[in-house]
Design a protein around this ligand. Structure first.
Ligand code: G3I
Length: 321
């Protein structure tokens, strides 16, 4: 038994992980990631983003995500896709382009039609728009917002619905779990997408937490239920829980276990929470230390691939369900 097989036994669709082709040569990593009892779903950590996948206009680089989806399908794992309209990791031609409403709309539509079209039928879900909000609930400055205002949201979701009618269409963001103004703004995003006649199926809570700063299970459940009450499914889409300082002592490791149990327990407690994705499962490849120097060890497996106390705590929780 592993995390995925236990999670599925309690009615969920997947317990998965972000992964990337630069991890393919690491044999110890591969033994774990290819075990579908442990991880039943992959999401490419970077290679489907606009910059990597379309570095210059019309030049599409599908090789890395293709090899990830092929591996998932070969292993009998699901595949989640990430991300279409996002302010970060944009190619220069988008970031610095001279756009009008018409030309940027058409660039978004072409990008989404081509990328989603390439993976048509292979993605359980797509993060159609990622991180459109500032933490205070206002819209983030981006080329999309500057040129199109909030219209970039329904434009993206309509293009996505047309490109692959079977993929679940998600809005994905971080700190929705903890900042009320941002959650309220995400509710308004769902409303404005629908008001424009577009479809949205799911809300992705990235769940990048800190040890000791993770919301309680009850609080997470209440936040997820705001979106479930609007008819959406929800997921924890990029879960990791970083220590603020390293090395972590036994107390910090115990708190990390408590925090992971709160997050996984919240998904278990919400029937419409369909699954959890870790943002890498080993500290060896976590994004945290390069972005937040001094913080880290956020994953369930150590850099040496040993199972950390938080892994055991999550597994015990899932075994007890
Ligand atoms: O691939 C290039 C390489 O060619 C180059 O030599 C090197 C030099 O810096 O950069 C490499 O690209 C890096 C890329 O990761 C692949 O390793 C980028 O600099 C680096 O910025 C990028 O970081 C990623 C980050 O998104 C970018 O915003 C992280 O790996 C990835 O984990 C992180 O993931 C995001 C989610 O997509 C959205 N939610 C937040 C999450 C964490 O930031």
């Amino acid at each position: 038994e592993g995390l995925h097989s236990l999670f599925v036994a309690s009615g969920k669709l997947f317990f998965g992980t972000a992964t990337e082709t630069n991890n393919f040569g690491d044999s110890a990593y591969q033994v774990i990631v290819n075990n579908k009892n442990e991880f039943g779903m992959f999401v490419p950590e970077n290679s489907q983003k606009w910059g990597p996948i379309e570095p210059t206009e019309g030049d599409f680089q599908f090789e890395s995500p293709d090899s990830i989806v092929n591996r998932a399908e070969g292993n009998g794992q699901m595949f989640r896709c990430h991300a279409l309209t996002w302010h970060s990791q944009l190619p220069a031609f988008v970031e610095n382009g001279t756009w009008t409403r018409e030309t940027l709309t058409s660039a978004i539509q072409t990008h989404i039609a081509t990328v989603m079209g390439h993976y048509k039928g292979q993605c359980y879900s797509w993060d159609v728009v990622n991180e459109a909000l500032n933490d205070n609930g206002t819209f983030r400055d981006s080329v999309f917002f500057r040129v199109l205002g909030t219209d970039f949201l329904p434009i993206s979701f309509k293009a996505a619905e047309a490109a692959d009618p079977t993929a679940k269409l998600y809005y994905n963001d971080f700190n929705l779990e903890t900042i009320r103004n941002k959650t309220d703004a995400a509710v308004r995003i769902v409303e404005l997408i629908r008001a424009a006649g577009a479809r949205i199926d799911g809300l992705g809570f990235q769940a990048h937490f800190r040890v000791g700063g993770t919301p309680s299970q009850a609080s997470l459940v209440a936040t997820m239920n705001r979106f479930v009450d609007m008819g959406l499914e929800v997921a924890l889409s990029e879960l990791d829980i970083a220590h603020n300082s390293l090395p972590a002592d036994s107390r910090a490791l115990a708190q990390q276990s408590t925090d992971y149990v709160a997050a996984v327990g919240a998904c278990l407690a919400v029937p419409k929470c369909v699954g959890i994705t870790l943002w890498q499962f080993t500290d060896k490849y976590s994004w945290i230390p390069s972005t937040f120097p001094g913080a880290g060890d956020a994953c369930l497996f150590s850099a040496n691939f040993t199972k950390k106390p938080a892994y055991t705590a999550v597994k015990n929780l899932l075994t007890a369900v």
